[in-house]
Design a protein around this ligand. Structure first.
Ligand code: HEM
Length: 392
């Protein structure tokens, strides 16, 4: 069984491959990726905790090749300390717990508005109706994008997500570049405006963010905004899709959650562990590193398999069982340490809100497709489509 994350069969169900990697080759050379894969929880955890040994510098190019939207400045995700430390402190100012709490009524309202057209409908694909638009509308509102530009914004954000799959088709690449250029022009203008006309939005928070006399430059704000879109939309979509799919394939668990609304936060955590929306993060070894008996040479690309770590039986008993009551607090779906997901509270809020609305405000549902096709990507994991059938 050869683990090649570029193959559709592996992307469809990577878990048997991960199990074999953890048992037989916890640090393995993956030729098609020209990288070392790390699959056991303790080793992934170790690498995440040691940014000095495992640099994030490769992230941009490893994920997107040469289609980088803001090449002028390295993004937060691909920075190492001390640059990362400064930038992260400033970025945190836009994602305070208070700000996320304040978003709650809006997230609920957006969810209800998206579900409204489904009233009385017996069958609907929940991916285009709810899970895709929800995070895009939420982040558009947080950034302060005008309503009239929200359709453009969707197109721009799709283009950014596409860069992560390293497209090779020249027509596709040209289209992506055109969208990125448009998006940049729009945002650059907006960042300038917010400097003189502050508003109650994220761009303003970034413009005003100051820590020890340091502020963010316009190009850094642009980079951060692009990262929020690339990192926050498809991931949140997949969290909701994966959670629903896990429930539909485990009717006992579905019944238990339905009987106890307070278990929804635990559902979100177990869904994150069981089927991680981000399967892999990139690192680069800064020196020769011994890990799980293997030796990773200095300079090598390293894939930390979050999805494999979350199913490690050395950490989680019976890891292939989906069990909401487990309520795991130490899965690595949001990473760990200095790069821990900036948007985790926002993702959790959206996950909880969407699942509560579907489970408690809609008629009971089943799916007509228990094994839907997965998104064709090795980095992210989620159903491409999820048709639900609602009881009349
Ligand atoms: C379920 C949804 C999400 C998942 C599974 C997820 C996962 C992750 C992971 C694994 C990392 C760490 C990457 C690394 O260590 O190299 C990360 C970082 C990050 N995420 Fe998320 N994310 C989600 C939602 C969001 C949202 C909604 C936003 C913002 C709107 C966001 C913004 C970011 C940013 C800015 C970083 C970089 C932080 C840093 O490098 O310091 N994410 N995310």
């Amino acid at each position: 069984m050869d683990y090649n994350p570029l193959l559709p069969a592996v992307q469809n169900n990577p878990y048997p491959y991960y199990a074999e990697l953890r048992d037989k080759a916890p640090v393995a050379w993956i030729a098609p990726m020209q990288a070392w894969a790390v699959s056991r929880y303790s080793d992934v955890d170790f690498a995440l905790r040691n940014p000095r040994l495992f640099s994030s510098g490769l992230w941009n190019t490893a994920a997107s090749g040469d289609l980088v939207a803001v090449p002028e400045a390295p993004g937060l995700l691909s920075m190492d300390p001390p640059d990362h430390t400064r930038m992260r402190k400033l970025a945190n100012k836009g994602f305070t717990p208070r700000l996320i709490r304040e978003m709650e009524p809006r997230v609920k309202k957006i969810t209800q508005d998206l579900l409204k057209p489904m009233a009385g409908v017996t069958e609907a694909d929940i991916v285009p109706t709810l899970t895709v638009p929800l995070p895009i509308i939420v982040i558009a509102e947080m950034l302060g994008i005008e309503l009239a530009r929200q359709a453009d914004f969707k197109r721009w954000s799709d283009a950014l997500v596409q860069t992560l799959n390293r497209p090779t088709d020249e027509t596709v690449r040209t289209e992506i570049r055109r969208n990125i250029a448009e998006f940049r022009a729009y945002l650059e203008n907006m960042i300038q405006r917010r400097r003189t006309e502050p508003s109650n939005d994220l761009i303003t928070a970034f413009v005003q963010a100051e820590e020890e006399h340091q502020t963010l430059t316009s190009i850094e704000i642009l980079g951060l905004t692009v990262l929020l879109l690339a990192a926050g939309n498809e991931t949140t979509t997949n969290l909701i899709g994966n959670a629903l799919l896990a429930l539909l394939n485990h009717p006992d668990e579905l019944a238990r959650v339905r009987a106890d609304r307070a278990s929804v936060p635990a559902l979100v955590e177990e869904a994150l562990r069981y089927d991680s929306p981000v399967q892999v993060v990139f690192r680069q070894a800064t020196q020769d590193v011994e890990l799980a008996g293997g030796k990773i040479p200095a300079g090598a690309t390293v894939l930390l398999l979050l999805g494999a770590a979350n199913r490690d039986e050395r950490k989680f008993p019976e890891p292939d069982r989906f069990e909401v009551a487990r309520n795991p607090q130490d899965h690595v779906s949001f990473g760990y340490g200095i790069h821990y997901c900036l948007g985790a509270p926002l993702a959790r809020l959206q996950g909880r809100t969407a699942l509560e609305a579907l489970l408690f405000d809609c008629p009971p549902f089943t799916t007509t497709l228990a094994q839907p096709p997965r998104i064709a990507a090795f980095l992210v994991r989620g159903p491409r489509t999820l048709p639900l059938r609602f009881a009349a």
